[in-house]
Structures are given as C-alpha cells and as structure tokens.
Design a binder for this molecule. Structure first.
Ligand SMILES: Nc1ncnc2c1ncn2[C@@H]1O[C@H](COP(=O)(O)OP(=O)(O)O)[C@@H](O)[C@H]1O
Ligand SMILES: [Mg+2]
Length: 617
C-alpha cells in the first residue's frame, strides 16, 4: 500500500467539462461592460449574425408605414398604381420580419445563456480557489445569491442590450424616413426629446443604488433561509423558530420596501418616457392636418407619419426598460466581480512543483500566525489580530507519532490547518521532507497529508462515494477494506442499502461517531504519508475507539502522525506528546515524562476533560 519516495499522482486530470478559460478584465477601474467584454467577445460571430437578423427585422418593420402611405396615395387616391403590388410588398415584409425575428431572438438568447454559463462557471472556479480566510468571513447566502439572481440579471441584460442597440438604429432610420416626408413635422415630433433624455438620466441615477439595495437584501434573505435550514438543529433545540421567522420577516420587509421604492420610481418615470410619442401624435395631427387641408401634404404622407410615431413608441418603451435592466445588471455585475476580484490567498506559486515524499519529516520553523490577516486591501487591519502561534517550533522525524495537547483555543487545530496549508503563515516556514509546503503544489501536498477534521463533513451521496471521495473510482473491495479498518463496515452493512445507502444532508441521519468512522475510512483509502487526526475519535464510543485504535496502529505504523486529543486512550497512540500554550510548545516528551515533570500538563489534561464535558452537555 504505502510506498516511500512516492511522487504525487493526480487522482484525475480529465473532465468532460472544459474549464472556462476567458475571464473578466482585472482592471477594477474599468466599467462593468468593459470588464466583461472578453467573455462577450467569445460570442462575436453569434452576436454579428443576430444583430444582422435584428437589423433585417427592424428594416422590414420600418418600411411598412411607408408602403401603406404610398399605397394610399398611389393606389387609393390617385389610382395610378395596382393595389396588389403594395399588398404583396407588405406580405414579403411580414415574412422577412417573422424569419429574422426568430433568428435574432434565438441567437441573442443563446449568447446570453452562454455568458450566464461562463460567468457561473468562472465564479465557481474562483470559489474553488479561494482560501479558508475568505470562507471564514463570507456568508453563504451572499455567494448563493450572486451565483443565482445576480448572474441572471446580467444574462437578461446581455440578451436585451443588442436588441436595444438595433432599436436605436431603427429609431434613426425612422427619423430619416420621416424627415424625407416633412422636415418641419419631424422637428415637431422631436420637440419633447430633451425632456425624455433628462427623465432617463434621472431614472438611471436613482435605479443603480436601488438595484444594489434590492440585490443585497435578496442575499440577506438567502442567508437567513440557508442558516435556518443548515442550523435547524440549533434552531429547534432553542425553540427559536419564531426568532428565525422574525429574522426572515424583517429581511422580507426590507426587501419589500426596496422593491416598492424601485417600482414606484419606475412607475413615476417610465410613463413620461413611453408616452411622449402620443404628445407628438396630437401635434402632428393638428399641424400636419392643416397642411393636408391646405393641400401641401398628401393624405398618405400624413398616415405614414402617424404610423411612424406609433412605431417610435416601442424604442421609447425599451429605453425605460433598458435603463432599469442596465442599472440592475451593473449592480449585479459589480457584486459578481467582488467575488471574482477576491484575491485567492493560498495559491500555487508560479513554477510550483509536486511534493515528493520520503517518509514524512515535518518541520515547523519559527512559525507565527494570526487569523484574519489575509484580507488584502481591506480595512480590517486597524486592530491587530492576536497571534495564535508565535515563533512556533516543532520537529517531527519521519514515521513518528506525536500527540498535541493544549487547552481549547490554544491553537492545536490551527497547527493542523497550517500543515495542510489552508492558511499561509505570516512568518517562518513549514517543510515536509525538506520541501517548503508553500512552494509545492497544493494538490500534491494534500494528497500526501491526510486530515480527519473534528467536524467531518459528509456529502449527500452514497456511503461508498463518501468513503471514496479522495479516490473516485475506487473498487467496492478497497472501499470495504478501508471501512473495515475504520470499524465502520458492520454498521454500514446494517444500513438499508449497505454501501449504496444515500446519506442525508451532511450525514445527519448517522450518529457523530458513525460520521467520524466514515471520515476515517476516507483517510484509510487515501493512504497518505502524513496523518492528522484532529480530535477525530472524540465522539466515538470508548469501546469502538479501542477497536479502531487496533487498526489505527496498523495504519499509523511507519507514517508520521499528528493526533490532537485529550482522551488518554488517544494520546497513548502517540510515542511523543507536546504541550502547546501561548502559541508555543512548552513541554515535549513521553506522556509519562510530562506527567512527572510538567504540572501544566496534568492541569491541561484535567481542564480539557472538563471542556469536553462542557461541549457534550
Ligand atoms: N477561522 C478562524 N478565524 C478566526 N479565528 C479563529 C479561526 N479558527 C480559530 N480561531 C481562533 O484561533 C485560536 C486557536 O483556535 P484552534 O486552533 O481551533 O484551537 P484548538 O483547536 O486548540 O481548540 C482560538 O482563539 C480561535 O478563536
Ligand atoms: Mg480544535
């Protein structure tokens, strides 16, 4: 099973879903559209053909009033031309418009949904790279709402904006055709335009902050819902359902308010923008009508003109919509960019090589660490976070098993997390077999170091897949072997579908001890060079623990092992015990040696047993 001098082999480096390799522009000073443009540009051909189809559709639409006007004058009043030619022209224009409308809608929505896919994948790829420092401070509801409603509002804008651009184009053509009929009448039509523009600008200014408020309140609600569901055990234990409902109601009320203000703003502005052409309709009927009576304007031209004004109504309605969608998309895009702009924190250094293990010699050299210092560019640094580890020194020879003992909060789990490189040390270095863990690839490091955390997480898949999580594709035999070693086989066989039993959300339908045993089986299967057990057997019955220790001893043989424990039985697994206090190791030796020479050791053991009771009850 276990080999020395093992080079790292990735579990799987093939995926049916290619990664999205374009990303937004990194320059945060640029506008949101400019930043997303590299993604949009990947669809340039689709956009080109769609916009072309949209132009055809618009031209087909815009020629209709002209054809009707010419038909009235040429075929009805003068009766010099055949009516059929005009009817046929209208039919052709209708068919062209139908076909091209299908084309541009299909094309633009296809583009928008692809952008949505790319953005969401990018976001998820980035979330995967972000380090624990990010997850320590961010709310899950914030991420969920950014991945859902924010991306959706960007997608809606993407589908809509090109149509708008074409609408604007049609607006310009319509104005041209109107001017060809009568320049003075066209001028009258345009009289209210500056007013419309001013109202539009005002709407834009108000909508952006409002959209931001709406989106972030949606995220607040998502967080309350998420916490009520994932924290349901605490909620129920404290009979705090009302409290959660009130929290949700508060959030919902705040969202309702923001939504109402948004819609009131919209309702009070858009009618002016949309209905302005009706004003022009009256003015044109008055002035154009007098010209027609006086004989200086034909009836057909007047009808065409009026039809154009009606056609203009659509672009105007769209202006209002575009302003609203645009401001919402801008607010949403900025919220998405916030995540994408988040510095990765722990990352593979350029030129990082795979770790080559040779037994697992661990060395902590003057390591200083505090949580909450990785927030780059944040203003958090005003108060210096307390140092959890302070010039921490620890040398573990290959193959040794060592127990770390210390009071709650003394930094034991932190030592484990730093060894996994979940966080970057601020000073000093940690090396494994002589290689600085900060300069090797994370994948190879985490394949070489196995961690069973104090709160194991199970996925809502089968028991088999949970055990094989670190080695997808493992055979049932090897999964079973690992489960046997973790003393999990018997209870798994007692489950309804054995290894194929689907575990409920987070494995809550299993006991804490059962979850830990599955988590141990995962480790047995991963077969790492270095093993860290962070209080991993604390919720397992003493009796079963003893049996696990039997197999653990086999597993630990010849591997470097760090156990974090307060049960004497677990500590006894280790050849050496270190006592951690004030961010340093204050005593080092065998269990018996520490008992004999270090009064703080016995005190700590007694205190952690107390803490343990406090934790359970
Ligand atoms: N993710 C975190 N963010 C900020 N502070 C943390 C975090 N995890 C632990 N701490 C703090 O660091 C100290 C050491 O924690 P930890 O290593 O978990 O202690 P132990 O495992 O010995 O009980 C504690 O004071 C704790 O409050
Ligand atoms: Mg801990």
């Amino acid at each position: 099973m276990h080999m020395d001098n093992a080079a790292f082999e990735p579990v799987r480096d093939w995926s049916p879903y290619p990664p999205v390799d374009v990303t937004i522009r990194a320059d945060v000073s640029q506008g949101w559209l400019k930043r997303i443009s590299p993604i949009v540009v990947t669809h340039r051909r689709r956009i080109f053909w769609s916009v072309l189809a949209a132009v055809v559709a618009m031209v087909a639409q815009i020629l209709v009033p002209r054809v009707i006007g010419l038909a009235i004058d040429g075929a009805l009043i003068d009766q010099r031309q055949s009516l059929w030619a005009f009817v046929l022209a209208l039919l052709v224009l209708g068919a062209a418009r139908a076909g091209s409308t299908f084309g541009y809608r299909y094309g633009l929505y296809g583009m928008a949904f692809r952008v949505e896919y790319q953005l969401r994948t990018l976001l998820f790829q980035h979330l995967g790279r972000l380090s624990f420092a990010f997850y320590d401070r961010v709310q899950s509801g914030q991420i969920i709402s950014r991945a859902n409603s924010d991306i959706r509002s960007v997608q809606m804008f993407m589908a809509f904006a090109p149509i708008m651009a074409v609408q604007f184009f049609s607006f310009v053509i319509a104005i041209g055709l109107m001017a060809a009929i009568s320049v003075p009448l066209t001028a009258i039509t345009m009289i209210a335009l500056p007013g419309v523009f001013a109202i539009g600008q005002r709407l834009r200014k108000i909508m952006f902050p409002l959209s931001w408020v709406v989106q972030s309140r949606q995220a607040e609600i998502a967080t309350v819902v998420d916490e009520s569901v994932s924290g349901v055990r605490v909620v129920k234990a404290f009979a705090a359902e009302r409290q959660q409902i009130e929290a949700l109601a508060r959030g919902a009320e705040r969202l309702r308010w923001a939504n109402l203000v948004q819609h009131r703003t919209r309702a009070s502005h858009t009618p002016f923008i949309e209905n302005f052409p009706r004003l022009a309709l009256a003015a044109v009927l008055l002035i154009g009508g007098q010209q027609t009576i006086a004989g200086s304007l034909s009836v057909g031209d007047l009808v065409s003109f009026n039809l154009y004004i009606l056609l203009l109504q659509a672009p105007f309605r769209f202006i209002g919509m575009l302003l609203i969608l645009g401001q919402r998309a801008k607010a949403s895009a900025k919220r998405i960019y916030e995540v994408l702009d988040e510095p990765v924190g722990v990352d593979d250094k350029p030129g990082a090589v795979d770790l080559v293990t040779s037994g697992g010699n661990i060395s902590f050299s003057r390591v200083t660490f505090a949580y909450g210092t990785e927030t780059v560019g944040g203003t958090q640094g005003i108060e210096k976070p307390p140092k959890v580890l302070n010039e921490f020194e620890l040398e573990i020879p290959a193959g040794q098993s060592i127990a770390i003992v210390g009071r709650t909060g003394s930094g034991k789990s932190t030592v484990a997390r730093l060894l996994m490189r979940f966080y970057e040390v601020q000073q000093g270095s940690i090396s494994l077999d002589g290689q600085d863990i900060a300069s090797v690839t994370q994948a190879s490091l985490r394949s070489a170091v196995g961690l069973v955390p104090d709160e194991p997480f199970l996925f809502s898949t089968s028991v088999h897949e949970n055990i094989a999580y670190g080695r997808p594709g493992s055979t049932r035999e090897s999964v079973e072997e690992a489960a046997r070693a973790a003393q999990a086989h018997n209870f798994i066989m007692g489950l309804e579908d054995g290894y194929d039993t689907i575990i409920g959300e987070r494995g809550y339908d299993l006991s804490g001890g059962q979850r830990q045993r599955i988590s141990l089986a995962r480790l047995f299967l991963q077969d790492p060079t270095v093993i860290i057990l962070d209080d991993s057997t604390s919720s397992i019955d003493v009796e079963i623990e003893e049996r696990i220790h039997g197999s653990l001893k086999d597993l630990l043989k010849g591997r470097t092992t760090v156990v974090i424990a307060h049960r004497l039985s677990t500590i006894s697994l280790a050849q050496r015990v270190v006592l951690i206090e004030d961010g340093r190791i204050v005593a080092d030796g065998s269990h018996q040696h520490l008992l004999d020479t270090e009064p703080r050791y016995a005190e700590t053991l007694a205190a952690t047993v107390e803490d343990d009771r406090g934790k359970t009850w």
